[in-house]
Design a binder for this molecule. Structure first.
Ligand code: TRP
Length: 460
């Protein structure tokens, strides 16, 4: 008989799971990464492929992850080990869990560096609020941040420490408390910024850029970025959602329903972020295309400077963004921490979190240095998909665009082929039969083939 609780603790309600999973999903991926990828990949064409990836590949795999986790109730590695024993699935599937821990450490390494940027900006606005000098030209301010390894390392360390503290405290005392108020606040602030976007008179152009696909822009590279982003934004492919699923109660909770709430929240935050940022970009005479990772840092401060109470809005925006990043970064650390504390004993949760975070912080120093002292260390331009990438880009590419889709594909195959129909059906008992059949074949065939096609196309 399956266990009804996890040794690590449980979400106290269905709503808490949705908030925590949405807290994991909504983060830098939505507000920093989605707008700049859209900007760099031709606008509407990218958005369209991204939405298709979410619906066809992302949602089914999200369901699969949560379901596997709830069935196993342990950290991903031990859940998959247990299933190998109980259901006779191959022990090779345990590799999904290991892949996940490595991907988590890699993603957290640069995620924390960018999280540090948001803390730095929050701090700038705090100082400004108390009479400090204004930011000045945002692109100069951004470049001067990136060129300062000590400043970057400091904020990277602060962000990593914040992440470690929450994970060390555990599910109820740490994770739940962090997400309860912050998610709704971020949503409201984004709506306000979209409202500001309307006052600039450029909402129409922004919407055209976002939603009118220029099909000539669709290429293998666009598909790979959109697919990678779909996995990244839903926190898929590295067993984060499997871990969160392990803490999800069973009674009266339909996995597809909670999962759809999570995916809808995540997608609408990304689209709202686009609608908030592009009118500002256009209104201040910046190019919507080719904004790169600095897009929000170069554009939004212009608007904050121009609007009444702008300093306060600047602080609110970057503060909430930092918090959104925080509720995501904890979910990058949790799967590995849960595993280590199963291995070394639950009382070592704190040490486990600290150990993994320390490794990830050290790896993050590579990203820090690639922005300044080592900025010339690059793959020669034009060789292949890797051309022109610096170390931070490479880590991001390896983890987001390769490891996550690969992990997601394996998870789909595991749920579709290794688990029996009976087990799958028991976890999805509320689903109408036809939908269940569609889902199962999507997991067995459609999703893995699509991921494989995109990966193969990009690598060849
Ligand atoms: N989804 C988060 C974001 O969009 C990032 C994230 C958190 C993540 N946990 C993850 C990405 C697990 C991949 C896998 O910012």
């Amino acid at each position: 008989m399956e266990k009804t609780t996890s040794i690590h603790g449980m979400w106290s309600s269905r709503l808490m799971f949705v908030l925590a999973a949405a807290g994991s999903a909504v983060g830098l991926g939505n507000i920093w990464r989605f707008p700049y990828l859209t900007s760099d990949n031709g606008g509407g064409a990218f958005v369209l492929v991204y939405l298709a990836c979410i619906a066809v590949v992302g949602l089914p795999i999200l369901i699969a992850e949560v379901l596997i986790g709830r069935r196993g109730r342990m950290s991903p590695i031990n859940t998959l080990r247990k299933m190998a024993k109980e259901y006779g699935t191959s022990r090779g599937w345990v590799g999904i869990g290991w892949l996940g821990i490595v991907a988590g450490v890699l993603i957290l390494s640069f995620y924390s560096v960018v999280g540090g940027w948001t803390l730095h900006y929050s701090w700038l606005y705090v100082k400004q609020l108390f009479g400090g000098a204004p930011l000045g030209d945002p692109s100069v301010a951004f470049r001067s941040l990136l060129s300062d390894p000590l400043e970057l390392t400091f904020w990277h360390a602060v962000f990593m420490l914040l992440t470690t503290v929450v994970v060390a405290l555990g599910v109820e005392k740490g994770l739940e408390r962090a997400v309860r108020f912050l998610m709704p606040a971020l949503f409201v602030l984004l709506l306000l910024l979209v409202g500001y976007g309307f006052t600039t008179g450029h909402m129409g152009e922004a919407a055209t850029f976002l939603f009118k696909p220029d099909f000539s822009r669709i290429s293998g590279g666009v598909f790979l970025s959109a697919m990678g982003q779909a996995f990244f934004t839903l926190s898929l492919g590295m067993a984060t959602m499997m871990t969160y699923g392990a803490y999800l109660p069973r009674e009266g909770i339909s996995i597809p329903r909670v999962v759809i709430a999570v995916a809808l929240t995540d997608t609408s935050v990304a689209l709202l972020a686009g609608l908030a940022i592009f009118p500002i970009v256009i209104a201040f005479g910046l190019e919507p295309a080719g904004g790169g990772p600095g897009l929000i840092f170069n554009s939004l401060p212009l608007a904050f400077e121009a609007m009444p109470l702008g300093t306060m809005y600047g602080l609110l925006f970057f503060g909430l963004l930092a918090i959104a990043a925080w509720t995501s970064s904890i979910s990058l650390l949790e799967p590995g921490t849960a595993f280590l504390s199963e291995k070394f004993g639950l009382k070592h949760r704190k040490g486990s979190a600290l150990l993994l975070a320390g490794v990830s912080w050290a790896v993050g120093l590579l990203s820090v240095l690639s922005l300044n002292l080592w900025s010339d260390v690059k793959v020669p331009a034009g060789v292949n998909v890797l051309g022109g990438k610096n170390i931070m880009d490479l880590i991001e590419f390896l983890a987001n665009d390769l490891m996550l889709p690969l992990g997601g594909m394996l998870i789909a195959l595991f749920a579709g082929w290794a688990l029996s129909r009976t087990v799958l059906r028991e976890e999805l008992s509320e689903m109408p039969e036809w939908l269940f059949v569609v889902l199962r074949w999507t997991l067995r065939i459609v999703a893995p083939l699509l991921v494989l096609a995109v990966l193969a196309h990009a690598v060849i």
